[in-house]
Design a protein around this ligand. Structure first.
Ligand SMILES: NC(=O)c1ccc[n+]([C@@H]2O[C@H](COP(=O)([O-])OP(=O)(O)OC[C@H]3O[C@@H](n4cnc5c(N)ncnc54)[C@H](OP(=O)(O)O)[C@@H]3O)[C@@H](O)[C@H]2O)c1
Length: 340
């Protein structure tokens, strides 16, 4: 291959993004300079945080401007190295791939993938951003303990599937919220004790009350929106609310999130609500990965991936997340995985 295919942002979305917001272009394959490597992408990760990156609104990280290559992480193989720490054939993971076939990246920003810890895709799922998020957000921000009832939105997704299983490992009861009975059946098969289909229950607040009769001790909020409201009306004493994501706001990202107010619910329950961002925990990724890998190897951590085929499918794969169409961690295979 001599050309580098790359998706650039064609326009900022107004409301729900669609395929017209990106454009596929080609560019020459870049050459690495001293300290850099050229990487062939094997898998790209598409993640809900990308909705924020394509918004012109201020966010916790710089966004993508119109005409720029779409940001995103991945796993790939080094095809040319000008850095002592990495050799041709090494597998690496980082957030710096972008939606393209090849990228040049500085070696210090790359994580060398150890394929014995888990398959390449695992480094973007249970050993990567979603798994690490579930780990730190539930154990530290959520401070889960035995006997807690943990309610998880987007429970069958990349983060949610790991949250429920860690909750069970710590002796808690895990309750899944998802958009379909098929997803909830799978959540139960990996350990969730109960499930709520937020699309079909007649009253979400009552459904949460029924599934969590002693109240919600930890609410792991991946979505915001109506699921958040129902959870807030069912808090147990000293509940912890982990604000992990706001995907239910994907179609109105630029607008203020106006809804019910829960100040009294927080006061009465003496609850704590805290926002979570994985990048506040980078110094402990290796230790967390080792524990997640050990749980997976001894059969206590299950995971599900949803893999789209080909770089052309990347925007469509991203949009699946915003329409509840992914089932498990959404990835895109860009080239043949030589470890398979
Ligand atoms: N703060 C951090 O550091 C951090 C890091 C990673 C991820 N996150 C957040 O964690 C959340 C989950 O991310 P993920 O990568 O694991 O994605 P994911 O759960 O694999 O995929 C997104 C899921 O969101 C649900 N969803 C979409 N629109 C919805 C709506 N309107 N209402 C309710 N649910 C909706 C869908 O599940 P259903 O089929 O159940 O609707 C969909 O499958 C996201 O909000 C993401 O931003 C935060």
């Amino acid at each position: 291959m001599t050309e580098n295919r790359q998706w650039v942002l064609a326009s900022h979305p107004t409301g729900m993004p669609d395929l017209a917001n990106w454009r596929l272009e080609t560019a020459p394959i870049p050459d690495p300079e001293d300290g850099e490597v050229l990487i062939r992408a094997l898998y790209l990760s598409v993640d809900p945080y990308m909705r924020g990156r394509i918004s012109p609104q201020k966010n916790y990280a710089a966004g993508v401007s119109v005409g720029e290559v779409m940001q995103g992480g991945g796993v790939g193989v080094v095809v040319k190295s000008r850095a002592a720490a990495l050799q041709e054939g090494d597998f690496v993971e980082s957030f710096g791939f972008g939606w393209r076939d090849y990228s040049v990246q500085p070696a210090p920003g790359l994580t060398k993938v150890d394929p014995t810890l888990g398959p390449l895709t695992a480094w973007l799922s249970y050993l990567g951003l979603p798994g690490l998020t579930a780990y730190f957000a539930l154990l530290e921000t959520g401070a889960v303990k035995a006997g807690d009832t943990v309610l998880v939105s987007a429970a069958s997704g990349a983060v949610g599937q790991i949250v429920g299983q860690i909750a069970k490992l710590k002796g808690a009861r895990a309750v899944a919220v998802a958009s379909s009975d098929e997803k909830l059946t799978w959540c139960r098969s990996i350990g969730y004790d109960a499930g709520i289909n937020y699309r079909t229950v007649p009253d979400l607040t009552e459904a949460v009350a029924e599934a969590c009769p002693d109240g919600v001790d930890v609410f792991f909020d991946n979505t915001a929106g109506p699921i958040h409201d129902a959870a807030m009306k069912n808090l147990a004493l000293f509940a912890r609310i982990v604000i992990c994501g706001t995907i239910a706001l994907a179609d109105r990202f630029e607008e203020p999130d106006i809804g019910e107010r829960f100040i009294r619910a927080i006061l009465v329950a003496r609850a704590k609500m805290q926002g979570f961002l994985l990048f506040d925990h980078t110094d402990r990724f290796d230790a967390a990965r080792a524990e997640l890998a050990a749980w997976e190897k001894d059969g206590r951590l299950h995971h599900r991936e949803d893999i789209a085929e080909g770089l052309e499918q990347t925007p469509a794969a991203f949009l699946k997340l915003l329409h509840s169409e992914n089932f498990g961690k959404q990835l895109v295979r860009i080239a043949h995985d030589p470890t398979l």
